[in-house]
Write a protein that binds this ligand. Structure first.
Ligand code: B16
Ligand code: MG
Length: 215
């Protein structure tokens, strides 16, 4: 029997747009521009590493002590958007997919880099549906390290080879490969070429596709 491990941002909900608003404001306050293309570099990346990438873009050098208040500020603004989230923000096809997995008694876990993952799931009404949650608070090594997914498999009581990872970030697909798990990339097939399967978006989880990968 298989199990699923879902990434959060870009798979269950699109929180990247809120991360973008908060990072852009921070960059502007530091005196430089931060574009949507820059934001792509932060997808699936931890908060601390995201700030380092942003500072590299702006060619700003700060001490670790100077970074702390910026991380807090960014997260506070990000959370102000998260608090307003509702189930309307669940990406197309995801609720139906979870319903299907429930009917088939296929368990699923969350495997996200976000330290805010439980709050976000709660806001969109999905928190109680996951058998297990692994988030940025549980891992010592970020994706592409397989740790997040290996902990997920353990919490689901499944062998890694029986787990199917759903991910939108290259680092996440690399993490799934390192964990020896099947992976479904969501997004650009060229970018996610190392995934076992790629779907252009979450509405492509058809019954036909699910039957193919589960049998
Ligand atoms: P937080 P995922 C990731 O979520 C986001 O893609 C990434 O942009 C963000 O920096 C990271 O979570 C950390 O988020 O600041 O909430 O701890 O795609 O791994 O679900
Ligand atoms: Mg993601």
């Amino acid at each position: 029997m298989k199990a699923f491990i879902f990434d959060l941002d870009g798979v269950i909900v699109d929180t990247a747009k809120y991360h973008f608003l908060a990072w852009r404001n921070l960059a502007n306050e530091l005196g430089f521009e931060f574009t949507e293309e820059h934001n792509e570099l932060l997808k699936g990346v931890s908060r601390v590493r995201s700030l380092d990438i942003l500072l590299e873009i702006g060619k700003v050098e700060l001490t670790e002590a100077q970074k702390q208040p910026l991380l807090l500020k960014k997260n506070e603004e990000y959370l102000s958007y998260v608090y307003k989230m509702t189930s309307d923000e669940i990406l197309p096809g995801i609720s139906e997919l979870l319903d299907y997995l429930d009917t088939k008694k296929i368990p699923y876990a969350l495997g996200s880099a976000s330290k805010n993952a439980p709050l976000i799931l709660d806001k969109v009404g999905l928190l109680k549906r996951f058998t297990a949650i692994v988030d940025g608070n549980d891992v010592s090594k970020a994706k592409p390290d397989p740790e997040v997914f290996l902990i997920g498999a353990k919490k689901l009581n499944k062998k890694p080879e029986d787990c199917i990872v759903v991910e939108d970030a290259i680092a996440g697909i690399e993490a799934a490969n390192a964990a020896k798990m099947m992976s479904i990339g969501i997004g650009d097939a060229k970018l996610l070429s190392e995934a076992t399967y790629v779907l252009a978006n979450t509405s492509e989880f058809t019954l036909e596709f699910l039957n193919k990968i589960l049998n």
